[in-house]
Design a protein. Sequence first.
Lengths: 183, 173
Amino acid sequence: MKAILLALVFATLLLAAVSIVFNGSLTEKRGGFLLRASAFLLPFLILAHLFTRADLGVLPASLVTPVSPIDLAFSVFLFVVASLGGVAQLYNLADRGFSLRILIDILEAPDQTLTAAEVMVVYSAGRGIAWMYEKRVTGMLSAGLIELAGDEVVLTAKGYSVAEVFANLQDFARVLPLKATLR
Amino acid sequence: MIVGLLVGLFWFAVFFIGHVAVIRMARPEAKPKLNQRLFVGGAIGLAVTFTIFSRMADADGLGRGGWWMGVSWGELTYVGLFCLYMPFYYVVVASLSVRTVVMLASLPRHRLPLQALRAEFASYALVDQRLRTMAANGFLIKDGERYSLSVKGRFVSLVFAWLKRFWKLGAGG
């Protein structure tokens, strides 16, 4: 039980810190802040686990894990889940989710219905689908996966390595090429 | 508690084997719903079978905390592994950036005019396909050419619209 309670406390601290900073001045590199905040809190979670009593002074004996290292490992696991699988995923979906943005655009449409052609234009509060893809291209450029040569997009060596890994995973998952899925 | 952890690991392994079967054998549009059912089935299976597993290990004190504590540990392990794994899965199958680099890598000179990429990835066909997928998975209702939100779609969009405002993320997407 100690593992769950400590992970809950530190996940709440992370969520509070992220909410305060996102509501403040930070408008760029929010994802980086989120990861740094998680990495900053993790050692404090470990220390809190090591230097508090197994029963936290309040838990009945039946709720104390008999093997303390397992309790510590479980607490770390839960915090990692809460940060990477929880808060970071909420942020990624809210900030970059393609399908989610379409849902919100339909919600905000005057009669709350849209056609595919209208989504092309009104996507992301009127920026349009072309803007969405430009944002992905900018992201790939800053990650060093692609570079521009005149009007052509060229895959970098790093991009090729990444593409090889994902192409194998897509083969395994039987992901159809985009053109095939669009037909 | 520790039995719960082991049972959680076991049921995630069961889910993962089923998930691999789904991604390799099911029709693309059926995969999200099947994965969702597999996940829920695993969570129920864990709670139902926990007692059997805990009887096997109780003599060693590994089942301390009783049924509800063991199941809590098990479900947290199971859901936690799912939360860590599924975003990675969706990057592999749905990310436009990943699809772009994979497509470029498949070309002889690993290059393509930006205009051609836009035509491929910022296209009507892409949007149309995504809308159909969301309708097939119960987020949208299709009426002729128009799409409206289902109850599930409305709930999800309201929650995330609020989160966007709360975190001041802007329109995003």
